[in-house]
Design a protein around this ligand. Sequence first.
Ligand SMILES: [Zn+2]
Length: 181
Amino acid sequence: MLIPDSDFGDILVRRNALSRSARFSVSPTGRLTVSVPARTPTFLIKKFINSSREQIKAQLPVKDPSTQRARDAQKKLLMARAKKYLPYRLEFLARTHGYKYTKHRLSHASTRWGSCTSAGTISLNIALMRLPTPLSDYVILHELTHLHHMDHSSAFYAELGTLDPLYRRHQKALRLFSPSL
Ligand SMILES: [Zn+2]
């Protein structure tokens, strides 16, 4: 859940069954994050933020809200573009090569380009929209191959190589990009 704030931009709220008291931290992207015990009502969280405002400003490296807002806007745009492209590209590549996945998810809070569960759910990071098509296709084909091989064994790569003969080159080129938004 996000709480909009004039000082800090959108504040990320994590309700955590394990946390006993409220705690502030800053995400790697500079977003203020507050962890609170599960079931803490929102009004209390807002109160807590207000009472800690000066302390947070003095002690935490929170990015200025305009930077945060620009990033949020960019993320929204990327998500809108991803929704119109990635599910269709996934479906197209799956059909072309005869793979059946159960469902797809679009993710953005991840340091991974994609993932595939044993139940057949394929997650794709919306940051794939920033990649050249051969690289985003490589990621999708990589995840489709996981439907048959849940590891990175030689059998996995042998199959991936039949879908994307240039997979080694693509894998290497992918390191030049970051999946974090
Ligand atoms: Zn993999």
